[in-house]
Design a protein around this ligand. Structure first.
Ligand code: GDP
Length: 633
């Protein structure tokens, strides 16, 4: 059926492209939408702009009127029947406009504040647009804030710019240039729209003001140009229904409804539909196809008009039974006479399955919860790029069972006992359970904030562990004794540090050949409790520095004159654990390269064998060798 539908398409029968607005918070997305929608008073009511569910529809006549000021000779020809602009700006709607891994959004406006340049969410948006291969144009907004800008409401940009002072021109040129450079740094060529000769290779920058409306006609004209020139193929009308759920909403008197964008085909009241639900596929019949009542009819009882059928592209509200568990971002399929409903169910669930297949196979990772399929997908992609492993995923509010899932990490990998929640509510009981059991829940409505939360969480854990590990971190050193001041409890001995660095708390040992067995034996002698030079405590004594007096304390200390001899070389007592600790926490500290090499040698097990052979005499008792090697032999 899909092939037939494809074959029946025609270039003469184009549907309206769908447009989304993305960008950083406060760049003016909402204001710009308002301005685009606004009827141009001087030119009379712009014909037929209709408010739909989740979108505004601009028929060709309205577009022609709105762009008249930049099409005075009427040379520009409109081929598309109209333009459907999604009303909720931002990532969420963009990421929910999806079908079989591609975007149903045909074209996007990326709003950038000309005074601020590229901001974190701008970059996030650019990544998503690139990933979905969605063409976009940039609204370089708030030009009215250029110092001493003189406005002409709703004017074409070039005409307005021509009226400005030299100072405005200079500031504009500078900001434009900075923006181009910033785009280049992100791998995009960008050019102001009237100098863009190749829309395939260069992103067009359209200076706009959502306050004065300047540049808005250019923006609309360019949107249409770009869709007509680049996308006629994907805009050919298809009889097959292509639709996606933007939002799931409870409406008084209607129950749970779904707001759907129909990007292709015709949908009718009574149609059998299939969609993805949190607890499995949902199949139901369309009870009502609703669009908002026109403003002048609002005094009527219902806010909605019932439709017998709707033709793409448009936004409608669908009322039907069993929609409570519907997932926003899911595709909506219509069961045709030749279709097998079960097949379609598998089809819609595949989108969620496919996400499940992307999560960590080691079973170690954070838990992720998002409001919609689209945002979950975007979040997973982002976490993958940020190298944060994910073990569990979920859609919808966070409940106790979700937290319990995340809690399974407490045993496996404590640092991942974390929930990263995007745009979802956390149930009270769930939060309480999390608090009691030490599971962190981070919520945010901006994806990259979750990354910041998680990074801070990891840093905190590392600091904590580093603090706890101080006793295990043993830096290798070798001490030559000069004079024993006190034989035992505590041992006090004057030494030269001949290799490595000596620090307080370092455990020390001496290696002896056992007279009876002939095997080598490690005799621990305690931990360094102070290092003094000329009666002053110092925090570290490095190799080659003047001699120091070391105080060594510990339980069951051996005694000089009995187990120990004055000339015995003293080593830092290194264990496998201390090596692991150093590698984990002290990688970046100075001297580490050298230290590190020692460890690698140790790990290879070559090091101690070679060194031991060199020494010739004595053998390690088997098994013991693994536990300790004196460094720098
Ligand atoms: P959004 O978060 O991207 O939707 O941004 P809004 O549309 O809510 O705008 C954020 C703020 O910027 C508001 O105070 C707007 O009045 C202001 N703003 C938006 N567009 C413009 C513009 O073109 N010029 C000026 N001067 N201010 C603007």
């Amino acid at each position: 059926a899909h092939e037939e539908a494809l074959a029946a398409r025609s270039k003469d029968d184009l549907r309206s492209p769908i447009c989304c607005i993305l960008g950083h918070v406060d760049t003016g997305k909402t204001k710009l939408l308002d301005k685009i929608r606004q009827t141009n008073v001087q030119e009379g009511e712009a014909g037929g702009i209709t408010q739909q569910i989740g979108a505004t529809y601009f028929p060709r006549e309205a577009l022609e009127q709105k762009t008249a000021v930049v099409n005075k000779d009427g040379k520009f020809q409109f081929k598309v029947p109209g333009l459907l602009v999604i009303d909720t700006p931002g990532h969420e709607s963009f990421s929910n406009l999806r079908s079989r891994g591609s975007s149903l959004c045909n074209i996007a406006i990326l709003v950038v504040d000309i005074m601020h340049g590229l901001e974190p969410q701008t970059l996030e948006s650019m990544r998503m647009l690139k990933e979905r291969k969605t063409p976009f144009i940039v609204a370089l907004n708030k030009i009215d804030r250029l110092y001493s800008w003189k406005k002409i409401d709703n004017n074409g940009f070039q005409d307005s710019l021509a009226m400005q002072s030299k100072g405005v021109h200079q500031e504009f040129e500078k900001r434009l240039n900075d923006t181009k450079l910033a785009f280049a740094a992100e791998g995009f060529n960008a050019e102001v729209f009237y100098e863009n000769k190749d829309m395939r290779r260069y992103v067009s920058l359209v200076p706009t003001s959502a306050h004065t409306g300047e540049g808005v006609p250019d923006l609309l004209k360019l949107l249409v140009t770009l869709t007509q020139e680049r996308m006629a193929g994907s805009l050919m009308y298809l009889s097959e229904v292509e639709a996606t759920i933007l939002e799931v909403k409870v409406i008084e008197g209607l129950g749970t409804t779904i707001d759907v964008i129909i990007s292709n085909g015709v949908i009718r009241e009574g149609d059998r539909i299939v969609l993805c639900g949190t607890d499995g596929p949902i199949a139901t019949n369309i009870r009502a196809l609703l669009t908002p009542a026109p403003l002048r009819e609002l005094r009527l009882k219902s806010a909605y008009v019932h439709n017998k059928e709707c033709r793409a592209a448009l936004g409608v509200k669908i009322a039907a039974n069993d929609l409570d568990k519907a997932v926003a971002g899911s595709r909506l399929l219509v069961v045709g006479p030749d279709d097998d409903e079960e097949d379609l169910m598998d089809d819609v669930m595949a989108d969620l399955q496919q996400l499940l297949s992307k999560i960590s196979t080691t079973g170690r990772g954070v838990s992720v919860q998002a409001s919609t399929l689209g945002s979950l997908e975007a979040l997973l992609k982002f976490l993958k790029d940020s190298k944060i492993p994910v073990a569990n995923i979920g859609i919808g509010p966070v409940f106790k069972r979700d937290v319990m899932m995340a809690g399974t990490m407490l045993e496996k990998a404590k640092e991942y006992a974390v929930m990263l929640c995007f745009d979802v509510k956390v149930d009270k009981e769930a939060q309480q359970y999390a608090d009691e059991n030490g599971i962190k829940i981070f919520t945010a409505d901006i994806i990259y904030h979750l990354f910041d939360n998680f990074t801070a969480h990891m840093k905190e854990l590392t600091e904590q562990k580093k603090e706890e590990s101080k006793l295990h971190a043993v830096f290798p050193c070798v001490l030559h004794p000069i004079q024993v001041f006190n034989k035992k409890d505590p041992i006090v001995v004057g030494v030269d540090v001949v290799d490595g660095n000596l620090r307080p708390l370092t455990p020390l040992a001496i290696v002896k050949n056992n007279a009876v067995t002939g095997l080598k034996e490690i005799i621990p002698i305690g931990r360094v409790t102070s290092i003094e030079r000329e009666h002053k405590a110092i925090p570290i004594c490095k190799k080659g520095q003047p001699s120091v007096a070391v105080k060594i304390e510990g339980p069951n200390q051996p005694m000089y004159g009995r187990q120990l001899e004055d000339k015995d070389i003293i080593y830092s007592y290194i264990s496998r654990r201390s090596i692991d600790t150093l590698k984990e926490f002290y990688r970046d500290e100075e001297q580490d390269d050298e230290v590190y090499e020692e460890y690698l040698a140790y790990k290879d097990n070559r090091y101690d064998n070679q060194r031991q052979q060199k020494r010739g005499s004595g053998k390690w008792p088997s098994g013991k060798r693994q536990e300790w090697i004196p460094p720098f032999w």
